[in-house]
Design a binder for this molecule. Structure first.
Ligand code: ADP
Ligand code: ASP
Ligand code: MG
Length: 437
């Protein structure tokens, strides 16, 4: 059994031991004054049990979206430095309010902005990586018996405020937990754990008791919004015991920890998806000029994030290639490709929007060729056409039409994860999975 679940048992059974816990509360969990009061009650309860708490908060409800809209009202592409200065204020509101709510209950809450908490990032706006957490201020606060309440999603680079990317408060929590050697990092959200897929799309999705870092990382990278990918990456790197649970109930949640061993691997653990994907095809790229390397080198240089790549037609002189980007990035990508025409004389570009990506994830699918075939046949049975495919050791992704996404997720969930079918599939392939390890 993983160490994390023993710790979790400690807390659940209320066996006394002083544990240092980082608790992160997401937007819905601090979405109103009533919710902030409820969070203060939960933090106070944890501290009353003798545990030491550091809290990390997101902005209230849709506050970040509203700030984005305000900025766009001035400039559709706002100055990145000022955008981060603006977006970081959302979390400052909730941190200060929660600290007040703790004070009202007789607990010395103390709010910290990212820079006050010593969260140092690289010099990138909008998606900065945390480079260091200088823990002095937080340790001093804990030593003084206070409850630090840290703004998620932000840090400092030199003198400039930076933000970590949407959903980044999870990453703040894990970074703080790692730096303070916390025993546990609890991510409180509006669902009571990590499910086999988004329970908003599949009503009978199952809550997972435990998931490995690798599978969770794959799920998060493939669109499962419940955890920020870098939070999982950091948790794996620093061995942080991570629990995802609901701030609306006392349900146990899901433990994200090191894999418990191959016996427990399902062939498919979960299904993740991403809406709003666009496909860009670049046709007639001259092979003689290292065409593909030039195209993707140029896109990378200009900061365009490319996902699935398929080389479709190779002829004597030219190649065709398609790749996906986030739909929001379509216009920018087309502009960058137009600029490239000066260097590389490809024939034409075709863009297609209104697509989505659905992925099945599971550590047990290593060396298991049957899984991809089964995925394709489930989608074909549902008359869902597959536009592109991409695979890795533990996932298979298909690009489909957006309007067919929910149905694709539901049918794949039915086939791979709804009890009986899922189990028999797991059994027939588990010996393959065992050999693969
Ligand atoms: P928070 O504001 O607390 O950070 P998020 O909205 O970022 O919450 O993440 C929680 C949401 O993630 C859930 O409401 C759910 O719709 C979505 N979600 C997507 N995939 C999953 C999954 N596999 N398990 C649980 N929730 C998921
Ligand atoms: N407030 C930020 C967002 O909405 C960060 C977070 O909630 O994790 O993306
Ligand atoms: Mg989130």
């Amino acid at each position: 059994m993983a160490v994390g679940s023993i710790l979790l048992d400690f807390l659940v059974t209320k066996e006394w031991r002083r544990v240092r816990i980082v608790q992160k509360y997401g937007g819905t969990s601090v979405g109103s004054i009533e919710r902030i009061e409820a969070v203060a009650d939960r933090v106070a309860k944890t501290c009353s049990a003798g545990h030491q708490c550091v809290v990390v908060v997101s902005a209230m409800g849709h506050a970040t979206d509203e700030l984005v809209q305000l900025a766009r009202g001035i400039d559709p592409v706002p100055e990145p430095r000022e955008m981060d200065a603006l977006l970081s204020t959302g979390e400052q509101v909730s941190a200060a309010l929660l600290a007040m709510a703790l004070h009202k209950r007789g607990w010395p809450g103390r709010s910290f902005t990212g820079w006050q908490a010593g969260i140092v990032t690289e010099q990138v706006h909008g998606s900065a990586r945390i480079e260091d957490v200088k823990t002095e201020a937080l340790r001093k606060s804990l030593d003084a018996g206070e409850i630090p309440v840290v703004t998620g999603f932000q840090g400092i680079s030199g003198e400039t405020v930076t933000t970590l990317g949407r959903g980044g408060s999870d990453t703040t929590a894990v970074a703080v937990a790692a730096a303070l050697h916390a025993d546990l990092c609890e991510i409180y959200t509006d669902v009571d754990g990590v499910y086999t897929t988004d329970p908003r799309v599949v009503a009978n999705a199952r809550k997972l008791e435990q998931i490995s870092y690798d599978e969770m990382l794959e799920m998060a990278n493939l669109g499962a919004q419940v955890l920020h990918p870098r939070a999982v990456e950091n948790a794996k790197q620093f061995g942080v015991n991570l629990v995802v649970r609901s701030s609306f109930s006392n349900e146990e949640g899901t433990l994200v920890a090191e894999s418990a061993g191959y016996e427990q691997h399902e062939v498919v653990t979960g299904i993740a998806f991403e809406r709003e994907v666009a496909r860009i095809a670049v046709l007639g790229i001259p092979r003689a000029q290292h065409g593909l390397a030039t195209v993707f080198g140029y896109l990378a240089q200009r900061g365009v994030n490319v996902d699935v790549i398929v080389q479709s037609l190779v002829q004597a002189e030219t190649v065709d290639v398609s790749f996906t980007v986030k739909e929001d990035d379509t216009q920018r990508t087309l502009r960058v490709l137009e600029e490239l025409r000066g260097q590389l004389s490809y024939r034409e570009i075709v863009a297609e929007q209104g697509l989505a990506k659905v992925s099945i994830v599971g550590a047990g699918m290593i060396s298991n060729p049957g899984v991809a075939a089964r995925m394709f046949s489930v989608l074909a049975d549902g008359e869902i056409s597959i536009k592109m495919v991409s695979t890795s050791e533990i996932k298979v992704s298909c690009i489909v039409e957006s309007q067919e996404l929910d149905r694709a997720v539901q049918q794949l969930h039915g086939a791979f994860l709804t009890e009986n079918l899922g189990e028999s599939f797991t059994q027939t392939t588990s010996s393959v999975a065992k050999h693969a390890y």
